[in-house]
Design a protein around this ligand. Structure first.
Ligand SMILES: *Cc1c(COP(=O)(O)O)cnc(C)c1O
Length: 377
């Protein structure tokens, strides 16, 4: 198999690029679709459950999928600088792809509300980091104003190339499973990602939307189609930042899941369309439920995602328990970012290290206590 060179190379026939487009890539995409084996048993789910682990992108989140496209198109258009507002991961991706392209990046982040790993990334890649005394929604408004006045490309998900890049996640899921799953669940913040998932799934089915009456599976539209159906889309929000549940923007969003601490989502209509057309729904999870899901996944499956990402699982667990999802369904959960992004959240909710003398006996006693309490005997 040819050396993987990133998602624009992989899916260039389905993306807005030409042979002369200067592709800016860090080999993003191609993330593992990990089948969860212990959780379904625990949850009494007889169907298959997969995690699409976007934490394994080059900067540790799905934002790289959108950023390779947005920066590629900005460079193609002659931009020398990009700007974004960010709850953290967009700034990390913008910083890295700008470094790769040799252009300047400006990132606006909420004061004191971004996870440590994400801040470190933006700083390390040489971004101009601007910490504003406001939240993400304030930053979003400001970068829209600034990019309208100055020769700087806006790379938030209002930039249509972001969603174009992000839609490739659906292509990868279909490539891996041979068809769309029954359900696709994910966290919703600014709502670009759920919109992009739906776009990718929609482009993969028969494009003949009107029932033509001729369909015997042999029509050219069907032969070109990569999937026979689209999944039901479920979007989960944090209770303190759940505008889709409230039916209106939320002015002071609050949640431990900082990547989805957003009150005024930019892709409001697209996200609603995805949920409605697919027969899905939005729901909300408390911070406690989110952290429990994050820990459960880490400790039963060995997969470490950040709190925001675990919202997909927290919501799924509730909907499985309530019987809203068929027990034999095939489900894909997008895990949007890596757990290492937010070490503070992980350490705060985990068992703290034991402090003992550097002596064989002391450590032996401790280990014995654990062995007695376990199946390992
Ligand atoms: C950006 C982000 C989200 C939210 O995605 P939207 O497209 O804004 O809805 C969720 N989780 C993580 C880790 C993110 O970085």
């Amino acid at each position: 198999m040819a050396h993987y060179q990133g998602l624009i190379h992989r899916y260039r026939d389905r993306l807005p690029v030409t042979d002369s487009t200067p592709i800016i890539s860090l080999n993003e995409g191609n993330t593992p679709l990990i089948e969860l084996i212990n959780l379904p048993k625990k949850l009494g789910h007889s169907g298959r459950l997969f995690a699409k682990f976007e934490g394994l992108n080059p900067t540790g989140s799905f934002k790289d999928r959108g950023m390779t496209m947005a920066v590629t198109k900005a460079v193609e258009a002659g931009s020398k600088a990009i700007i974004c507002a960010s709850t953290g991961n967009t700034s990390a991706a913008a910083a890295a792809y700008a470094a790769r392209a040799g252009i300047t990046s400006f990132v606006l982040i909420p004061d004191g509300q971004i996870a440590l790993g994400k801040l470190a990334q933006a700083m390390m890649h040489g971004s101009v980091v601007i910490q504003i005394q406001g939240n993400f929604d304030d930053g979003m408004r400001l970068v829209q104003e600034i990019s309208a006045d100055l020769p700087i490309a806006l790379v938030n998900s209002v930039n249509p190339y972001r969603l174009q890049g992000q839609k490739t996640i659906a292509f990868e899921v279909i490539d891996a499973l041979g068809d769309a799953p029954d359900y696709h669940v994910l966290p919703v913040g600014n709502a670009g990602n759920i919109s992009a998932h739906w776009m990718g799934y929609s482009e993969s089915i028969c494009q003949q939307t009107a029932a033509c009456g001729l369909c015997n599976g042999q029509c050219p539209y069907h032969i070109k189609a990569l999937a026979t159906r689209r999944p039901i889309m479920l979007g989960y929000q944090a209770s303190g930042a759940a505008p889709f549940l409230r039916g209106a923007p939320v002015s002071h969003p609050e949640t431990i899941a900082t990547a989805i601490r957003i009150g005024n989502p930019m892709s409001w209509n697209l996200a609603w369309a995805a949920v409605k057309e697919s027969g899905g729904w939005f729901d909300e999870c408390t911070d406690t439920e989110i952290l429990e899901a994050q820990k459960l996944l880490a400790q039963t499956e060995g997969v470490f995602c950040e709190p925001s990402s675990a919202t997909s699982l927290a919501g799924l667990i509730k909907d499985l328990k309530r019987g809203k999802i068929k027990p034999d369904a095939t489900i894909v959960a997008t895990l949007t970012g890596h757990g290492l992004k937010d070490p503070d959240a992980a350490i705060a909710q985990s068992a703290q290290p034991h402090r003992v003398a550097a002596e064989r006996q002391a450590i032996g006693h401790l280990i014995q206590r654990y062995l007695k309490g376990s199946d390992l005997k």
